[in-house]
Design a protein. Structure first.
Length: 243
């Protein structure tokens, strides 16, 4: 990820619809699969600027890890426990965590996803849970992906296959942020019409009322995902168990 992107995320993470919606989905899935627990040992693998790590503290003791010292500089401002390290070679003992959460990490150019998934499984306790989010659909790749150093965007079947080959039992896998697909397609079409295509983030600042409206609409997926899977979307969410 480009260095200025971390500051943008840190400044927007509390209020931006993208993070509000994704964090709500992840926290809801934890409650659905693990209940109202408060004693878990949790790893936020690729914690970034640390807001999700902070929110996970309601479920137990949380440790974040990230490859970027710049990200950790911001994460530590949130007073979370976080250390420098790679998801390709996690510096933790086997079976150290009850829950591992990894939001938008294994897609990155610096990550070898098959190795990373093996590492995530290694540090999980038997029957431990992995909650994983990745960007979806290679045909949605845009200048934003250049800015955040995307290696690939996943299809549902590709992600399912990689998880199963790593030895996980998939409890749930679904697309998320379905509403954002047409918006992203319009943005992508606009990019293609431009001659000066430079890497730029899609994490733009919206008027408060519009941002809140989109966040509320996307948050409806929390209830939907309790019973159903979505047929398409901007991202994929998976819940997988170490057997």
């Amino acid at each position: 990820m480009e260095i200025p992107e971390y500051r943008t995320i840190f400044e927007q993470e509390d209020n931006h619809f993208f993070y509000i919606a994704n964090h709500k989905i992840i926290l809801s899935l934890i409650k659905s699969y693990l209940g109202q627990v408060s004693s878990l040992k949790i790893l936020d693998a690729g914690c970034g600027t640390g807001l999700l790590t902070k929110k996970l503290e309601r479920f137990g003791r949380v440790l974040g890890i990230d490859l970027s010292e710049e990200a950790l500089k911001y994460a530590r401002k949130r007073r979370i426990k976080a250390k420098l390290g790679s998801i390709n070679n996690l510096p933790f003992r086997d079976q150290a965590f009850d829950l591992v959460v990894s939001m938008d990490v294994i897609y990155h150019k610096a990550v070898q996803d098959t190795i990373a998934l093996e590492q995530l499984k290694r540090v999980l306790k038997p029957n431990g849970l992995l909650i994983l989010r990745v960007p979806a659909n290679e045909w949605l790749k845009s200048s934003h992906d250049l800015q955040v150093h995307t290696r690939e965007r996943y299809s549902l079947e590709t992600l399912r296959t990689k998880l199963e080959r790593a030895g996980f039992k998939i409890e749930k896998i679904s697309y998320v942020q379905m509403l954002l697909v047409p918006i992203s397609l319009i943005s992508l079409l606009w990019e293609k019409l431009l001659t000066n295509k430079i890497a730029k983030t899609h994490l733009v600042i919206l008027p408060n009322s519009l941002n809140r409206f989109i966040a509320d609409i996307l948050s409806l997926e929390v209830s939907i995902l309790r019973k159903f899977n979505l047929p398409f979307g901007l991202g994929l969410i998976a819940v997988a168990r170490k057997t």
